[in-house]
Design a protein around this ligand. Structure first.
Ligand code: FPP
Ligand code: MG
Length: 298
């Protein structure tokens, strides 16, 4: 019933009564609608659930509009990003419009759901700030990385699962743990794909994260595995646009130390935990969505 969510979002945009906004929205890729899928799978497809899913997807879209400005990203899902097409000002304002309209609608759903989601948006904004701050230096602290990706990505997935459980009269906490694990694993895989995928599949330049200063989990593991001289070499490449030879050096070191496999395994542990939790709750419909999190190539 994802189409009902798409229609609800369109209805919300039409209610804004602004042709420009409608045209900009039409330029946006819809993405995987992971959060909406999760909400529908947990709570069914009543009107309230569809509205909740629509609001969460609008907030998520808003966050990506802002993120592409912050990351200087000119492509999203193999399409030009909105900031590439119309500039940063338009992208930021469209994000603000989607975000505030989403919040307006959220107030008509339930106070508890509104609290859960709005708290997650604070977390994801803190996470994005943290991401920017961590990228200013060569971060080798795994705990800092994990906390940042929890805030930036997992918090909204955790809150989506919690809100759906609340609305369906299911125990909120266990679904939130499931959502948190999915979210952290999702971001870990996102960070891995930045290294393993070619730029055509990814829809953005490969190894872009490191050039942006982001030392994601594979770089933290790689740094730990390198000898002193190589550590220096890796540090010297941090935060700059890499040529082919430099990219190949990083890839070869990653291969030698099995960094991709190690990082993937870390995400898989979280997914396996999430699967066991849902099996215990008899939620077989939620197992596939967990597996999709790590078995993807974009
Ligand atoms: C993608 O990270 C970014 C996020 C998941 C969150 C971004 C959040 C904000 C910009 C705060 C938004 C605030 C409001 C009020 C809506 P990434 O750059 O690692 O992933 P990518 O590869 O998809 O770009
Ligand atoms: Mg980004």
């Amino acid at each position: 019933m994802l189409s009902a969510v798409e229609r609800k979002i369109e209805q919300y945009i039409i209610e804004l009564n602004d042709k420009e906004v409608l045209a900009y929205y039409a330029k946006l890729p819809h993405g995987k609608r992971l959060r909406a899928k999760l909400i529908l799978k947990i709570a069914g497809n009543s009107l309230t659930i569809v509205k909740t899913a629509a609001v969460v997807e609008m907030i998520h879209t808003a966050s990506l509009l802002h993120d592409d400005v912050i990351d200087d990203a000119y492509t999203r899902r193999n399409m030009p990003s909105l900031n590439a097409l119309y500039g940063n000002k338009t992208a930021i304002m469209l994000g603000d419009i989607l975000y505030s309209k989403g919040f307006f609608e959220l107030n008509n759903i339930s106070t508890d759901v509104a609290k859960l989601i709005s708290n997650a948006v604070t977390q994801l904004s803190l996470g994005e700030l943290n991401d920017v701050l961590l990228a200013k230096s060569f971060n080798t602290d795994k705990d800092k990385y994990l906390h940042m990706i929890y805030q930036k990505t997992a918090s909204l997935i955790e809150a989506s699962a919690g809100a759906a459980a609340l609305l369906a009269g299911k125990p909120k906490e266990v679904y939130m743990v499931y959502g948190r694990n999915l979210g952290i694993a999702f971001q870990m895989i996102d960070d891995l794909l930045d290294i393993t995928s070619d730029s055509a599949t990814l829809g953005k330049p490969a190894l872009h994260d490191f050039a942006e200063g982001k030392t994601t989990l594979p770089y933290i593991y790689l740094y730990e595995a390198l000898d002193d001289e190589e550590k220096q070499m890796l540090r010297s490449l941090h935060g700059k646009v890499l040529n082919g030879e430099e990219q190949a050096w990083i890839q070869s070191r990653m291969q030698k130390h099995q960094i991709i496999q190690r990082s993937y395994h870390e995400a898989k542990i979280l997914i396996d935990e999430a699967i066991v939790l849902m099996e215990q709750c008899g939620e077989t419909a939620l197992l596939g969505i967990a597996r999709e999190m790590i078995d993807r190539d974009f």
